[in-house]
Design a protein around this ligand. Structure first.
Ligand code: GLV
Ligand code: MN
Ligand code: MN
Length: 408
């Protein structure tokens, strides 16, 4: 099997037990048993490819392939965690393609002037704890406060890290001493490349993200005996808030998007009026001011809805990342590797978040997008053609050669 196809096959292999925490689908949560198993498998693949793996203070797995000069490394990375019931390729494909880049070099006994480090980040999705990208923030040296937090099962971050002999206070020790550049290959997670008949594109930048956790409190009561006018139904109020999110985002004709992706009604019984509802809000736009203005409008609408219904309403900002432009010089290098491999030059923006947007605070970044079927992602139907992964690998190797040439 050639490298791109092997990268795809490895992502598929990681989609099942013991590499998934759920039956009949893929959910790989940061620091979970499935996550541990996937790291162990990846570590073996790194060794086989000629790398020396190590674990940093944020439980990231880093495989290093030496260079011939005393230079900082080129980092090639993506994330090993997944969303609940996600696809096989969102994250792991970028890691597996990085491993294949090194395998191709080591098979031919070649080393670049700079070392290459392949990093598997842990919590890009934020699908276990209510914060995301702590692991790349730690590596980029921009981790500030680590919130006290627990997963849905009540396991705290401190407990989860303790299983790796690590602690929340120590996460910042994963700070990287510095890198020449950061390259991330990722499925597009959108329909643009497929619609244009293109396998690959160069990313120009990543949209700004905001995430909140909301709590609406009313009064739990008997569903049969509480008359409608006297109710303080937290779920009906939250439902009106969700529709306000959709209406405000739809009324904005820019690239603004806003999503309530998770909601929980308590106590959660057919014959009890919901006394408390917790939900998430995710707001993104290419421009941070537009994103912030929309978030303010949404929060204002939620406060009004809560007041009108006599509900208590609290919210907390759990994630705030500015838009992150990719580096102009690296984009040019990646684009020339693309064109030399017979692909049209195509540049596009990323609406999805990536560890690259955090790593841009450590070093210049570049991203290569790979076509995925019907633009579907965060869904088990996510699909990548092995031939497209093969094409991506050739372009990544071309990019590495071009970077190497600048140090010759
Ligand atoms: C990650 O996939 C994100 O964009 O939320
Ligand atoms: Mn994702
Ligand atoms: Mn991803």
């Amino acid at each position: 099997m050639v490298g791109g196809a092997r990268a795809v096959a490895r992502c598929e292999a990681l989609g099942r037990a013991p590499f998934s925490d759920m039956e009949g689908g893929l959910y790989r949560a940061w620091l979970s048993p499935a996550y541990r198993a996937a790291r162990e498998q990846l570590s073996a693949w790194m060794v086989e490819a000629g790398m020396t793996p190590r674990t940093d203070a944020a439980a990231n797995l880093i495989g290093r392939y030496p260079g011939t000069q005393d230079l900082p490394p080129l980092i090639i990375a993506s994330h090993l965690d997944s969303v609940r019931d996600g696809g096989f390729y969102d994250g792991p494909l970028g890691i597996m393609l990085g491993v294949e880049c090194v395998a191709a070099l080591s098979t031919s006994g070649r080393h670049m002037p700079f070392p290459i480090e392949i990093i598997a980040f842990g919590d890009e999705e934020g699908s276990r704890f209510p914060a995301a990208m702590l692991t790349s923030k730690a590596v980029a040296g921009v981790l500030e406060d680590v919130p006290d937090m627990a997963d849905a099962g009540g396991v705290t971050l401190a407990q989860a890290l303790a299983e790796y002999g690590l602690s929340p206070d120590g996460l910042a020790n994963a700070r990287h001493p510095g890198a020449l550049a950061y390259l991330e290959a990722h499925i597009e997670q959108g329909p643009v490349l497929e619609a244009e008949g293109l396998a690959l594109g160069v990313v120009t930048g990543i949209a700004a993200q905001l995430r909140y956790g909301m709590v609406v409190r009313g009064l739990a009561g008997h569903a049969g005996t509480s008359s409608m006018p006297l109710r303080r139904d937290a779920l009906a109020g939250a439902a009106e808030m969700v529709l306000a999110v959709e209406a405000i985002a739809q009324a904005d004709e820019s690239d603004l998007v806003a999503t309530v992706g998770r909601i929980e009604a308590l106590p959660g019984a057919a014959n009890v009026i919901a006394g408390e509802v917790r939900f998430t809000l995710d707001v993104r736009a290419g421009d941070a001011d537009r994103r912030n203005r929309a978030a303010e409008r949404i929060l204002g609408a939620m406060v009004d809805i809560a007041d009108a219904r006599g509900l208590d309403f609290e919210f907390e900002r759990v994630h705030d990342l500015p838009a992150s432009p990719c580096d102009g010089r690296l984009m040019d290098l990646l684009e020339s590797a693309l064109v030399e491999n017979g692909h049209p030059a195509r540049r596009l923006v990323s609406g999805a978040g990536h560890d690259a947007m955090v790593m841009a605070q450590l070093c210049p970044t570049a991203m290569l997008f790979i076509r995925c079927r019907d633009g579907i992602s965060h869904n088990p139907a996510e699909h990548v053609e092995p031939a497209d992964a093969e094409a991506a690998l050739a372009v990544m190797l071309g990019f590495i050669e071009k970077m190497g040439a600048t140090y010759a």
